[in-house]
Design a protein around this ligand. Structure first.
Ligand SMILES: *Cc1c(COP(=O)(O)O)cnc(C)c1O
Length: 472
């Protein structure tokens, strides 16, 4: 029997947790910071292209881009309020599947013959199959409130596009998704899922934008990249008055929205009568890691010093373990404002790996600042270790982890094995950020012995970092 720690629907958190209220470290401001429009006087008026939005303007790259945030969400990204109320309609949407279950992985413990207690918080029960819908719903709500009619985004592996397409439905908004061509073709069901939710899915590079046309002129067979897809989405949205580009991770407000995960997990661990010695999450740009870790960080500061927080990245995209803490752009085309983060350089192109959601070049500014101060740790794993861990977990627990989530599984297994070797109990909590049922082709390739472990060389990393170091 597997122990599960359920909560009632009424126990869905009423507030998100803003770690900026408690961090003992400074998170440097973006260069070319977003500015709130003074004329709006604190209200969120209808969209007039300028009015209620906090414009984020490009710096020095010619075309101005404006991934405008509604004022309400812009405030969340800089605010110091510790507990931010979740709007009623968003909480109601959460209640359709939240609280998500927290399980004890007893069979995995037995398979590893470990004295450690392993717990996992499972976000794969969400309608989109991962944690990303927690912020997608919040963002769709705030954009709809400010008069936006269409959400536009880029998606790599497809998890974010799926989440946003679903999140637009309750608010009657249109959704346009530029999906990286290689994923579009390798994972056709992701595209199907988005389309059946009413989204328009465009293979990127496309002929719909200048960025896309240029990429296709340069290489008609371009497999695309998340950088190009996002650049297309930004261009597409900025040419339409009532459309906005939305981003699924990294930003302060996105991390905030994901803290529902950790707030629930806190209550569930309390039911289990334990507090974790280590909290583990897979690291893309940091939203699911922050989501589970930050509320535990708050409690640990008070009552549990010595609690560890471990972010897990792929060997192929080691921004924290091998990158540098520098000002860098969050997008490949270099049109967004610069933020201080652990980065491999915005022009770094990670090898293709199945955990597409972890191929992002940088780590969220908040997580980066914490890592810089030693408040969180980071580690990295090869693809084969990740798939082996994902399969071991599936056989023990009957759930197939998304390849991204399997990174957290690998680290949890290592912690449990170390507990065995050291002959002591240890309480391990990890975030299982999504299910892998639409990623079976990746598992199939691994079973066929086709997994390739690729690691960038120091020279490759230096090549994309050098321009940043020279200009800083
Ligand atoms: C996108 C994704 C991640 C990584 O993104 P973060 O923003 O770092 O959480 C991890 N797991 C799954 C299932 C994802 O879809």
């Amino acid at each position: 029997m597997r122990q599960v720690f359920h909560l009632d629907t009424s126990q869905v958190p009423t507030h998100w947790y803003n770690i900026l209220a408690d961090l003992p470290v400074e998170v440097p401001a973006p260069r070319s910071a977003p500015r709130a429009n003074a004329r709006t006087n604190g209200t969120v008026p209808g969209v007039d292209g300028e009015g209620g939005d906090a414009d984020v303007e490009a710096n020095g790259h010619g075309t101005p881009v404006r991934p405008q945030l509604p004022l309400s969400m812009y405030r969340q990204s800089i605010g110091r309020t510790r507990h931010v109320e979740i709007p009623g309609p968003v909480r109601e949407e959460y209640q359709r599947w939240r609280p998500t279950p927290l399980y004890r992985a007893s069979r995995l413990e037995r398979a590893l013959d470990t004295p450690a207690h392993i717990y996992f918080k499972y976000e794969g029960t969400s309608p989109s199959g991962s944690h990303k819908i927690n912020t997608a719903l919040a963002q769709a709500y705030y954009y709809a409130q400010s008069g936006v009619k269409q959400m536009v985004t880029g998606t790599g592996a497809g998890q974010w596009g799926t989440a946003l397409s679903m999140a637009c439905l309750p608010y009657g908004m249109e959704c346009t998704v530029f999906m990286v061509r290689s994923s579009y073709r390798q994972k056709p069901y992701r595209g199907t899922l988005m389309r059946l939710n009413g989204a328009r899915v465009i293979e990127s590079p496309s002929m719909e934008t200048e960025v896309g046309r240029a990429a296709l002129r340069a290489d008609p067979d371009s497999p695309g990249s998340l950088g190009i897809a996002n650049a297309e989405a930004i261009e597409y949205a900025s040419g339409r008055k009532d459309a906005r580009f939305s981003i699924g991770s990294g930003e302060n407000h996105v991390l905030l929205h994901q803290t529902v995960i950790g707030e629930e997990a806190l209550l569930q661990m309390e039911k289990a009568g334990e507090f974790p010695d280590v909290v583990i999450g897979a690291m893309g740009a940091g939203s699911n890691f922050a989501g589970i870790a930050f509320p535990f960080y708050r409690e640990a500061m008070q009552d549990h010093p010595g609690t560890r927080f471990l972010a897990v990245e792929p060997d192929a995209c080691p921004k924290m373990t091998r990158g540098s803490y520098l000002m860098d752009h969050t997008d490949y085309s270099g049109v967004t404002p610069m933020v201080k983060m652990y980065t491999l350089g915005h022009t770094f192109t990670a090898y293709h790996i199945h955990a597409g959601g972890l191929r992002y070049h940088g780590a969220a500014p908040i997580v980066s600042a914490m890592y810089h101060e030693g408040l969180v740790e980071a580690t990295s794993y090869s693809q084969s270790r990740v798939f082996e861990s994902g399969m071991a977990f599936a056989r023990a627990e009957g759930l197939v982890p998304a390849p991204e989530s399997a990174h957290a599984v690998a680290a949890a297994i290592d912690e449990a094995v170390r507990a065995r070797e050291e002959g002591r109990e240890r309480v391990i909590l990890f975030g299982l950020s999504g299910h892998g049922l639409l990623d079976l082709s990746a598992y199939e390739m691994h079973l066929a012995g086709e997994t390739v472990d690729v690691v960038p060389t120091d020279e490759q990393i230096q090549a994309s970092l050098r321009p940043l170091i020279e200009s800083s």
